[in-house]
Ligand binder design. Structure first.
Ligand code: FDA
Length: 300
């Protein structure tokens, strides 16, 4: 990222919330479950699968956890009744990880159990590195009981190779592999773009070789190419992996992946708590950050 881009990104948190709202529409389905269902239906009609994310993180009360759990249960019921090709993605800090890990485990277990009852699947999103140990421990505990749960791992973390190995020792695992979005210290995370990419490819190959199911989550065309190469070299069938992208990012790459005959799942966030998610997405994309800041500094 250039110095100018860095300066633009640093300015994003100063932008008034309504303006962030306008620019983040491309990344978010809307505030209501009905908005998300409409988007998922369109994606399904275009040959893509989806995963629903009820926006919200770092909650601090049991009431908030129960509200999120209820919304996820409603989402699972709707996915089933509307026959959507869609699963769900959950952040454990939204289930109370930061204030009561035991309560979190039980609340999340209820969501996984409900998904199991409805023949659906739950992906655990991976949050910042203060959450990694407990997130993996909860995943490991639940996969002894349920087969319909998987976890995201981040290629920028130095520990990920070892985590992936350790998880695979407990039997076939179901991973989403992404680069990682949080700001981490160099001590624990690779900082260099090429090194993160090399580690992504390295970990992906290790996961596939060991028989894991992998959601290859990236918009980086180099990594999409590496994913396609590895799928071919390991002679994988379509039900052993999938590509994943975020809503609103690189529509042309979606078409390229689908045209090459791969399955693709789009991550569809919705809900009232859209602000932190939008800020992360805008920081990833200096081009949008540029539009946002220009519209404030030079309106019209
Ligand atoms: P990179 O950042 O290099 O982007 C490649 C290209 O994609 C860019 O050049 C740009 O053109 C385009 N692009 C990327 N982001 C964009 C944006 N916001 N707007 C417009 N264009 C954009 N992270 C995490 O820590 N925990 C998690 O659980 C998840 N879950 C997750 C699920 C799915 C389905 C995806 C695709 C991603 C995640 N992530 C995540 C986010 C991930 O870690 C990473 O930050 C982003 O995907 C950006 O990395 P890329 O691999 O896309 O490469």
């Amino acid at each position: 990222m250039s110095i100018i881009d860095r300066a633009l990104v640093a300015g994003i948190p100063l932008v008034p919330k309504p303006i962030v709202g306008v620019f983040s529409r491309r990344y978010i389905a809307g505030e209501m479950l009905a908005d998300a269902v409409r988007v998922v239906r369109e994606l399904n009609a275009q040959g893509m699968m989806a995963t629903l994310d009820v926006l919200g993180e770092e909650v601090s009360s049991r009431e908030e956890v129960l509200a999120a759990t209820d919304l996820y249960k409603q989402a699972l019921a709707t996915i089933q009744s509307e026959s959507l090709d869609c699963n769900i993605s959950v952040k454990l800090t939204q289930m109370g990880l930061k204030f009561d890990p035991d309560f979190c485990r039980e609340a999340f277990r209820e969501v996984v159990r409900e998904a199991h009852r409805r023949g659906n699947f739950v992906r655990i999103d991976m949050e910042d590195s203060t959450c990694t140990d407990e997130t993996l421990a909860i995943y490991n505990g639940l996969r002894r009981e349920f087969t319909n749960v998987g976890v995201a791992l981040q290629a920028y973390l130095r520990r990920t190779t070892a985590d992936s190995d350790a998880l695979m020792r407990n039997g076939p695992a179901n991973f989403r592999l992404c680069k990682g979005i949080y700001v981490e210290a160099r001590r624990i995370a690779y900082k260099d773009h090429d090194l993160v990419n090399r580690n992504f490819t390295f970990v992906l190959e290790q996961m596939l070789r060991q028989g894991a199911y992998v959601g290859i989550a990236t918009h980086d065309e180099f990594l999409v190419w590496e994913g396609m190469r590895l799928v071919r070299e390991h002679n994988l069938s379509k039900d052993q992996y999938e590509f994943q992208m975020l809503l609103g990012v690189d529509i042309e790459l979606r078409k390229i992946i689908l045209a090459a005959g791969h399955r693709l799942r789009i991550y569809v966030p919705f809900g009232e708590q859209w602000y932190p998610y939008s800020i992360r997405r805008l920081k990833e994309n200096p081009q949008v950050a540029r539009y946002v800041l220009r519209s404030i500094l030079a309106p019209g």
